[in-house]
Design a protein around this ligand. Structure first.
Ligand code: 1HN
Length: 346
């Protein structure tokens, strides 16, 4: 590949003339914008152990009342992007949120899409678009773009959940904003009941739901049972994984980020191919050893979170000889597919 001309090769008066007219020569930056074969990624492999974060999050509960925070969150920031950017990858934001008994995080809606994965505690709920979703460990609850949501807590223990948003992308697009609202009345109808069994969908008077988000709450007991059932049905299958989908369309549950639950059989080693989207892993039950190309291996304990850049193979191993491990996975696949840049490099 031939060397391209540098900015310094151009006479200063010419560069000054360009600048005055808001012009920039492309060729000094071309290789940086389009590097050969593999993109430059700022996203670094990053491991956030829950044991280290938990006491700091509970301390935030003492230091900052909910009224002074609205959302009491410690953001899992990827140092490769710079901590102040508060992003885990190019398109993903991660945060651990604490709600104490009796607290209320007021109603709002915003353009970024969010999900929450419940990490610990019981008795907290999210009201999403009038559906009151009580949180239990491992449940996935959607708050898609534009839907009102607020969090409350009727229990007696701290509740913590992992927020996953496409905020970095929506912010980059200059499309990120919020609107505050009134407390939302609870409406009848629960998606987790209406779609409690796979393969059948509610059809009152032959009318299928035309809601864009017919299911907002995916209980862990159901996803876990689906994985157990799949593993039993397909002993030959390496990748025992389910996708959180819109049960009416079968498409990804949200528009931009993808969400999955993965089971590692006892002692299993699973090599995930190098694909273009960045990924996030979070053990719901059990542990996982994580090896990422070019990075020292590490072990994730239950409730830890890690992220890996795109175009990188990831190998996961369940160190337990007799118990399966269950992981929540988030990635940027829906975005990459819609943009036509999705790649699986094997
Ligand atoms: C948000 O609205 C929530 O509603 C959590 O719980 C985290 C991070 C950035 C922007 C909005 C929530 C958020 C957020």
């Amino acid at each position: 590949m031939n060397e391209l001309g540098r900015l310094e090769d151009l006479p200063q008066d010419y560069r000054d003339d360009l600048k005055k007219l808001n012009l920039v020569p492309l060729w000094p930056s071309l290789r940086g914008l389009l590097p050969p074969k593999v993109p430059t990624r700022q996203t670094q492999v990053t491991h956030w152990p829950y044991a280290g974060i938990r006491p700091l999050l509970l301390k935030a509960g003492e230091l900052t009342p909910i009224e002074k925070a609205e959302r009491r969150v410690l953001v899992l920031a990827n140092p490769g992007h710079g901590l102040e950017k508060m992003q885990a990858s190019a398109a993903m934001y991660l945060g651990l949120q604490l709600l104490m008994p009796g607290e209320w995080a007021p109603s709002h809606r915003h353009t970024p899409n969010a999900v929450r994965m419940v990490v610990e505690g019981e008795g907290a709920w999210t009201n999403v678009d009038g559906e009151k979703c009580y949180m239990r460990r491992g449940d996935l609850i959607l708050t898609p773009t534009g839907l009102w949501h607020e969090h409350g807590h009727d229990g007696d223990q701290p509740v913590v959940w992992l927020d996953v948003l496409d905020l970095p992308l929506v912010f980059y697009m200059e499309a990120s904003y919020h609107i505050n609202g009134e407390p939302q009345a609870v409406k009848p109808g629960r998606g987790d009941r209406a779609y409690a069994r796979g393969g059948v969908a509610p059809t009152p008077v032959f009318q299928r739901s035309d809601k864009r988000y017919p299911m907002l709450h995916y209980p862990w007991v159901e996803a876990r049972a689906a994985l157990e059932s799949l593993a039993a049905d397909r002993p030959d299958l390496d990748c025992v994984q389910v996708t959180y989908v819109n049960p009416e369309t079968g498409e990804d549950a949200e528009n931009i980020l993808g969400f999955y639950a993965l089971m590692l059989r006892p002692g299993q080693t699973l090599r995930l191919p190098a694909r273009s989207p960045a990924q996030v892993f979070h053990p719901i039950e059990g542990r996982a050893e994580v090896s990422v190309e070019g990075h020292a291996p590490f072990t994730m304990a239950e409730a830890d979170t890690c992220c890996a850049p795109g175009y990188t193979a990831v190998t996961l191993r369940n160190p337990s000889a007799d118990q399966p491990a269950f992981l929540f996975v988030a990635d940027e696949s829906p975005l990459h597919r819609k943009l036509g840049v999705y790649e699986n490099r094997g």
